[in-house]
Design a protein around this ligand. Structure first.
Ligand code: URA
Length: 195
């Protein structure tokens, strides 16, 4: 049921020409992981590998994301529904334009309306600024819970590509902070009763 509803939205995306990225994409990148009512992760936009394969987070940042999830026993196959703020790749991986985010937003809203996830992870600045008004700096508010749509708890976390550029694991470093955040997310996840 939930899968069928998501499939309908994906079909709409496949023909989407609401913004110019429709002309340059190789593939729509709609989602990966397990559609579920517990945990959704929203990233930024497809990069080269994602555009080629049609799957989110499959490049280096994606491999690190999988490791971060695995460090607390979560996997995209079983536990997490993964999608992006934009469904199409911006040329040369530039930041999404406000007009592109606006054009794509209805698809993301539809994904959230179907799943009504209890926990939403906002991964990186683009997802953060799409949901938390006035927020600009991820380092200032990562790790905090915010109220999200349909009663969800939302937490902004660093984007894994930022961690790839900051290798230190010392206390207070981005990697160390990510470890605190993913443990807090897992703690909240374990408290949920829904399947
Ligand atoms: N970065 C993202 O934010 N999303 C992807 O799908 C890949 C890299």
């Amino acid at each position: 049921m939930m899968e069928q509803e998501l499939e309908k939205i994906k079909e709409q995306c496949l023909g989407c020409q609401k913004c110019p990225l429709g002309q340059t994409r190789t593939n729509i990148v709609f989602s990966d992981g397990r559609p579920n009512h517990k945990l959704m992760l929203i990233g930024e936009a497809p990069g080269f590998n994602e555009d080629q394969t049609g799957k989110p987070f499959v490049g280096r940042a994606g491999q690190l994301l999988d490791k971060i999830l695995a460090s607390v026993g979560l996997s995209r196959e079983k536990d997490v529904y993964i999608c992006n703020t934009l469904k199409c790749r911006p040329p040369n991986n530039r930041d999404p334009l406000p007009s592109e985010k606006e054009a794509c937003r209805a698809y993301l809203d539809a994904q959230m309306a179907i799943l009504k996830p209890k926990i939403i992870i906002l991964c990186g600045k683009v997802a953060l600024t799409s949901f938390i008004t006035g927020a600009t700096s991820i380092s200032k508010i990562r790790g905090q819970w915010f109220d999200g749509p349909y009663g969800a708890k939302m937490m902004p976390i660093f984007h894994p590509s930022y961690l790839l550029r900051n290798q230190s694991k010392a206390p207070g470093s981005p990697k160390w902070l990510m470890w605190q955040d993913i443990q807090e997310i897992k703690r909240a996840y374990d408290e949920l009763a829904v399947d």
